[in-house]
Write a protein of this length. Structure first.
Length: 340
């Protein structure tokens, strides 16, 4: 008991130190100038193993609010496998909803949240003297940024997460939950839910049952959906008919808990025709797949949750255009009327 008490006290002290010395949720910060960021990077364009990427250059000199500190993150270590890890210096934050555009990595469309080291930021001050934009400093920084690691392998924050982080023990994960609450990043009631629900599922065996499908060779349906279109998510029963026994459609898992979105309408954010694989660094070419606005990973079984907010991938066969759905309903109504 004494050992547990000492750890809890130590966690509280560490959280209070972090709160005083680091940026906090809602704080207005400014991304440092290219020349300043250049000085923080090694020969690979990284700081403590985390790359500063070309897609981040456009934000230099601009102000944003911290959305939260990143006490931990999930990292894909193999196809379908994840570890929960922490950054080595615990000095990383998210800024608002800033996501990677993929323009510096052959138009990767994953739209990952950008990780920001606190060394790349400074407190926003209204009376800070403005600096003349230096194109040479910007280009010097761009030249230092690495985007390719080798033949057919890209280099970005996602592919380097394993090197920039360390594995978390179970006890350390619980401490991270305390940090999240004491720092104000997560409310107490929300954190209690994020802790006790996964534990309860494990103790009772009531985890989300996988949606097993009947298919050996799963089908594809091309709707050619475009950004801005409105779609409806098909029922779990309909989606199950497109899956194999491992809950996959052509390798993409119909993830635990996605049934909550069935029957609801969402706007298409973007197509997913190209994406960099986190474990391998290879560029993959998904077929008939899109991303819907504001739908992010659920992390239902992660103790304390995960702040990464990766966007969920949707096969087009799991969706219907709202226009097409309306026409189908109208046709059904006409048929019924004729029968009557």
């Amino acid at each position: 008991m004494n050992r547990i008490a000492e750890r809890l006290i130590g966690a509280m002290r560490e959280a209070m130190i972090i709160k005083k010395t680091r940026f906090f949720s809602g704080q207005l910060v400014e991304v440092r100038r290219p020349k300043e960021i250049f000085q923080t990077l090694d020969s690979n364009g990284t700081l403590d193993g985390l790359p500063f990427m070309p897609e981040m250059l456009e934000f230099c000199g601009r102000q944003f609010r911290v959305s939260r500190r990143i006490q931990k993150t999930c990292v894909e270590v193999a196809e379908g496998g994840y570890d929960i890890r922490e950054f080595t210096q615990n000095d990383v934050v998210f800024l608002e909803e800033l996501r990677c555009s993929g323009t510096g990595h052959d138009e990767c469309q994953r739209a990952c949240m950008l990780f920001w080291k606190v060394a790349w930021l400074q407190r926003a001050v209204d009376d800070r003297p403005s600096e003349t934009r230096s194109d040479s400093a910007r280009e010097n920084l761009r030249a230092k940024l690495k985007t390719i690691a080798g033949p057919s392998r890209y280099f970005c924050q996602s592919t380097e997460l394993v090197k920039a982080t360390r594995l978390l023990s179970r006890s350390r994960r619980l401490l991270k939950c305390i940090y999240d609450v004491l720092s104000g990043d997560v409310g107490l009631l929300k954190m209690m839910s994020l802790i006790f629900k996964p534990i309860g599922r494990k103790l009772t065996g009531r985890v989300f049952a996988p949606v097993e499908g009947p298919m050996k060779r799963t089908p594809v349906e091309k709707l050619d959906l475009q950004a801005g279109e409105i779609v409806s998510v098909r029922s779990v029963g309909e989606i199950a008919q497109t899956l194999d026994k491992k809950s996959k459609n052509r390798g993409l898992v119909y993830d635990l808990g996605l049934g909550k979105f069935s029957g609801h309408r969402y706007k298409v954010r973007n197509r997913l025709d190209a994406m960099i694989s986190e474990p391998t660094g290879e560029m993959k070419k998904p077929e008939a797949t899109v991303i819907l606005e504001n739908l992010t990973c659920l992390c239902n079984n992660v103790l304390g949750g995960c702040p990464r907010r990766d966007l969920i991938y949707w096969r087009e066969i799991w969706l219907t255009r709202v226009e097409d759905e309306a026409k189908r309903i109208e046709t059904s109504a006409v048929v019924l009327n004729k029968q009557e």
